[in-house]
Ligand binder design. Sequence first.
Ligand SMILES: [Zn+2]
Ligand SMILES: [Zn+2]
Ligand SMILES: [Zn+2]
Length: 487
Amino acid sequence: LVAKRRRGDLGRGYRMSTGSLPTLVDLARKSLLQKESLAIPALEQLPPQMFPPLFEDAFTARLKDTLKALVRIWPFDTLPLGALMKEPQLDILKAVLDGLDMRPTRRCKLRTLDLRSIHGAFWSACVHACPPGLVGRMQPVQHSPRMCARSAVKVMANLCLSDIMPNEFLAYLFQWVKKNPRTVHLCCRKLKISATFLYSIRKLLDLLELGCIQEVNVRSTWHLSTLAKFTFYLGRMSNLQKLCLSHICVSTDSSPEEQEEHISHFTSQFLRLNRLRRLHMRGVSFLQDHLDRVLRCLSAPLEALSITNCVLSEADLVHLSQCPNTDELKHLYLSCVPLTSLRLEPLRVLLETVASTLRTLDFLDCEITDSQLDALLPALSRCSQLTTCCFYGNKFSMETMQGLMRHTGNLNKLRLELYPAPLESYNAQGVIQRARFFELCRDLLGILKEIREPQGVMFSTRPCRNCDKRVLYSMDMPYQCQCPEPA
Ligand SMILES: [Zn+2]
Ligand SMILES: [Zn+2]
Ligand SMILES: [Zn+2]
């Protein structure tokens, strides 16, 4: 066997100039993989640098015994398998887990099997030989050491739990984790849930170390009662930084008392989430007149808050502006919250409070009117850190738009500014007059250009009635849909 016979050469090879490396390594790789049964005993003699390229070769050739053997003596802290597998491959997973099941040798340094598609650099850098230092860099990210220390092996995976049975890849992984409760730690930092009912995913949630979860994204429509049940898990996610909820609906067959109880259940768990920095709530119908209940239970300042596709009351806006945990907001999203009939004074107060931190402000489709915006403008012009703002879908006249341009004019960090078509762009029937729209946009952009060099400014009409596309005016370029312009 070439690799065995030339072990000495190989060692010397690594001290030679890098130019001569590929031939030696390639030679060894080739011969090792030609005779799997002969190669396996030789693996123990190889330098660590040889392992990644060999693993890749064995992976591509699906040499399961070699994979198993490589895992058993893997000389790095992490095996970033997810970066190699573009799609879940059950036979590969089986081979790797078998390797982990075998009694590890003294040489084995493997502590983390990473199934996430990150660490691609590990493999690409190792095509011929690991550059020095990569071994060190493959140390796992320091994270809840108490939790992870007691398990011999950590399996990292970002999971998506849905109503349908997990695919055979995940099912096998879950079975394996269940079989080794004391030595294996399934570590999920980002969890997506697209299950409608909790009972279908309970067993899987129970397998997870909840303290490791940093992000939860609930993507299916839940009844308030389901959310209340989920809080049993939520409250134990002590490292949760980001929570996204979408479409939490209140069913008509539950009494107001029951609803109250569900809301209390949910918000009470917030008190335990003292790492929560990003809270995104889309279509969460119980928020109306209850926003204070949620905000009051936050235990730390939020970095990002989005309340979108919701109905809010004036009292909600007051609570939003008075909550101490919205004082340092960097990102505020209120898209699709109808504001036309509300006094926006509380939002002015909020903008003043967050003036030194706010970077993103999203008022998409809020239907704000002229007089409402006028009240916000002085506060808006003080948000000096703002990089992105969106006012699409609001009802501003040309005069108000001119005022808006002058007030955002001194916000030098703005990179993306999205403004609605002035009301004068539409005719009496509400149909966009494109030539008129482009002309007004040119004027408005002119006001901005007198004050600063705008980076990315777009004006947009309401979506076209035919094709649902918006007519845009981006910097000095018009973009329109292909529909014939109505006379
Ligand atoms: Zn963990
Ligand atoms: Zn419902
Ligand atoms: Zn159209």
